[in-house]
Write a protein that binds this ligand. Structure first.
Ligand SMILES: [Zn+2]
Length: 402
């Protein structure tokens, strides 16, 4: 089908015959509903077919008994410009991740730009440019229409409070990973994180060993002192802190616990389990930390969900919430939850063909990744059967398109 620009309006969309509806909310992860109605990109009704107005849709989709979940939100990405990454010199990586169910990406810093400016005027200008460019890219359909929230400056020594005020006035809402620039001391980071917070800019700190030559170690003491909003890749990116330090972070901080695909998998699994034991599952959020030295993994979010669900023994519907509703709430995003009034960003999935699991959730709990059958962003179908996942047992079909 022809790619529609994100600026186009979806009109009225009806999705019926949904076999399983995941809410994204870990307190009530499964909704008792089989039908969903969208008007111009926004969810307007959720319920049983007989109870909602499904008349005269612009687009009618038969989910054919598959699962509808909020589109996945990758909490930790490193975009640069457009749908290109210089890290592994790949193009089309964002579109490829959309085929893995990702509908929103959050930048943890556009750190891979060759010659990235490190002077204060330059880094501010670059952040504003990245924010504008990715915001503008969606209308073009480049990157599959994925919502890339970028413009995340890497803080450097010498920045003053007014720099953060200026960034905020100009639309910057995120900091890149604290610790990737010249600010590495806990007290200095804490001061700048505080200024960012004062002006509504959210912060993430790099946790663990250096990621690539040139970056450095950030240990638990620095993470606690800096007190950024997100304990970025708590399982390392790749090199993790010793597990004891990771436990200290979970126990002494109340900030978000971010587990990434491009981290230490053993620590990722242990951390998820520890967060459940500490009864703070709402703090757990997931990301890929890609593109990176490990490359780009279009199925990274699905692989991480299957890994954590199967190895940490956490119900799959809860782990999907770590990758959707938890991030929505933590980051104040409208998308990521299936509720009336929220953006219609969905992934429709089914168990992969020949999975040992008899249902989608069971297949994930057995460690298999699901097959994606359709991705919808702002009510617009962005892809049908994924070109990247194993084939889903059943896929939704578009019955009518006015
Ligand atoms: Zn990092």
């Amino acid at each position: 089908m022809a790619l529609q620009a994100a600026a186009a309006s979806s009109g009225k969309v009806v999705i019926r015959n949904i076999g399983l509806m995941l809410s994204g909310d870990i307190d009530q992860p499964i909704l008792q509903a089989d039908t969903l109605v969208i008007h111009d990109g926004v969810i307007t009704a959720i319920g049983r077919l007989a109870d909602v107005d499904v008349s005269e849709p612009t687009t009618l989709i038969d989910a054919r008994g598959t699962c509808l979940a909020p589109g996945l939100i990758d909490s930790h990405t490193h975009p640069v410009f457009g749908d290109w990454t210089p890290r592994q010199n790949q193009i089309g990586w964002i579109d490829s991740c959309m085929h893995g169910g990702v509908t929103t990406m959050i930048s943890a810093g556009e750190v891979h730009l060759p010659g990235r400016p490190k002077d204060i005027v330059g880094l501010k200008a670059f952040a504003v440019t990245a924010q504008r460019a990715f915001e503008g890219m969606r209308a073009s359909g480049v990157g599959g229409g994925v919502k890339v929230l970028a413009g995340a400056p890497v803080i450097e020594q010498g920045m003053v409070e007014e720099d953060f005020a200026e960034l905020a006035r100009n639309g910057v809402k995120l900091l890149g990973e604290v610790g990737l620039g010249s600010v590495k001391a806990g007290n200095q980071a804490a001061q700048m994180v505080g200024w960012a917070r004062k002006y509504g800019i959210q912060s993430t700190i790099h946790t663990g060993g250096p990621s690539i030559p040139g970056s450095g170690l950030i240990d638990a003491d620095v993470v606690l002192e800096a007190d950024a909003d997100v304990i970025g890749h708590i399982n390392g990116g790749h090199t993790s802190l010793p597990y004891k330090q990771v436990c200290t972070l979970c126990e002494k901080s109340s900030r978000a616990i971010e587990i990434v695909h491009n981290g230490n998998e053993r620590i990722g699994i242990l951390t998820a389990r520890h967060a459940m034991e500490l009864k703070c599952p709402h703090r757990v959020i997931l990301g890929t930390d890609s593109p990176a030295g490990s490359g780009v993994q279009p199925l990274g979010m699905l692989r991480l969900i299957a890994l954590i669900s199967s190895m940490a023994d956490i119900p799959a519907e809860i782990v999907f919430g770590f990758a959707t509703g938890n991030i929505a709430r933590m980051r104040g995003l409208p998308q990521g939850l299936i509720e009336v009034g929220r953006p219609a960003d969905f992934v429709l999935m089914d168990r992969a063909q020949h999975s040992a699991g008899t249902t989608l959730l069971e297949s994930v709990e057995l460690g298999d990744i699901p097959g994606v059958g359709m991705v919808i962003i702002d009510g617009i179908v962005r892809c049908q059967r994924s070109r990247n996942t194993p084939p889903a047992s059943e896929v939704p079909v578009i019955l009518a398109h006015a």
